[in-house]
Design a protein around this ligand. Structure first.
Ligand code: PBG
Length: 332
């Protein structure tokens, strides 16, 4: 019998040529794995760079279709929309979230008309609409749960009416997935999917996103009474289990790279369509290092995304989506 250890076994043999490396590759990154988050702002002919996120723009409605076109042409299956709500429309009750002509709804209608095949993901939470920057209603410094859920359900229906295909609640209120599912069904949106931000951590890595939205300066305190504590892992499984029972079609872990262990546990435990959000802070770190020539741009993008595939993700929300899609196309 051949002794299955060195020198008979040499793991380098399979690495010897590109063709064997390709044959034995366990994971592959595909354009279908990519979801592109974009920021929509008001005004005319706006393309405002986000300082903390080199290469990322806030675009006004009149530019949104052209902004998204390259993603569609590359075959990216879905984009996630985030509104930069004008400060004058931000109130303590986040009422602008329910306006059928808010930035998200207008963008959704424009994009559905231009690209009927493109999946549209709508973030459901109040933080882009509140003057205190929290994801829910605040009373005496407390974030109200059930009262917030009542508004989120209306926000979800409002977005579905505008053409959003996937509702993505990012608020971390308890019980919101069930309430949103029921409200969608009652309004005839049985096929509208829910991708829950199931295990979302109270993370410093959201800083650049809050800058992009203009909510950082507004935010009083932190989000630790609703988003998860970084020290917990079993609790993430309980969060995910509840969201699945409440009717989530897909689950997400967020942030991504610092929480790959959670992604891996979630995928193994539930075998659900599992997604990760490579969030703004992860993007900023990588993009800044690339900008300074410290990291090879193309290789780093692909390697950072492959980590999510290895951990068990079906897909990744990433600000690199368009670049990654181009790279994948060039390499195939
Ligand atoms: C809002 C929301 C946040 C992100 C997505 N949806 C920020 C937050 O919870 O404060 C972060 C995305 C990113 O950092 O790229 N509920």
């Amino acid at each position: 019998m051949i002794n299955a250890s060195y020198p008979h076994t040499r793991l380098r043999r399979n690495r010897h040529d590109s063709f064997t490396r390709r044959l034995v590759a366990e994971n592959r990154l595909h354009v279908d794995d990519l979801i592109w988050p974009i920021f929509v702002c008001d005004g005319h002919n706006q393309k405002q760079p986000v300082k903390a996120m080199p290469g990322v723009m806030r675009v006004s409605l009149d530019n949104v279709v052209e902004h998204v076109r390259p993603a569609v042409e590359l075959g990216i299956p879905a984009i996630a929309l985030f509104p930069v709500t004008p400060l004058s429309l931000r109130q303590s009750d986040g009422k602008e979230a329910l306006n059928p002509n808010n930035l998200i709804c207008q963008a959704a209608r424009l994009l559905k008309e231009a690209f009927p095949e493109l999946g549209l993901i709508g973030d459901v939470a109040l933080d882009p609409y509140t003057d205190h920057g929290h994801d829910g209603l605040v009373q005496n410094g407390h974030i109200l749960n059930d009262e917030t859920v009542a508004i989120l359900t209306q926000q979800a229906v409002n977005q579905a009416k505008a053409g959003i295909d996937i509702i993505a609640p990012s608020d971390m209120m308890d019980g919101r997935v069930r309430a949103i599912r029921e409200a969608l069904d009652q309004h005839g949106f049985q096929t509208t999917r829910i991708m829950s931000y199931a295990a979302k951590y109270a993370s410093a890595f959201y800083g650049p996103f809050r800058d992009a939205l203009g909510s950082n300066a507004l935010l009083s305190g932190d989000k630790k009474t609703y988003q998860m504590d970084a020290s917990n892992s079993d609790e993430a499984l309980r969060e995910v289990a509840l969201d699945i029972m409440e009717g989530a079609d897909m689950v997400m872990v967020k942030p991504g790279m610092p929480y790959l262990d959670i992604i891996s546990r979630v995928r193994r435990e539930f075998s659900m369509p599992t997604f990760a959000y490579q969030v703004s802070g992860e993007y900023a770190m990588l993009a800044m290092a690339m900008q300074h020539g410290l990291l090879d741009r193309d290789k780093t993008i692909l390697e950072s995304l492959m980590a999510f595939k290895r951990a068990g993700c079906n897909g990744v929300l990433t600000y690199f989506a368009v670049e990654a899609a181009r790279l994948i196309k060039e390499h195939s």
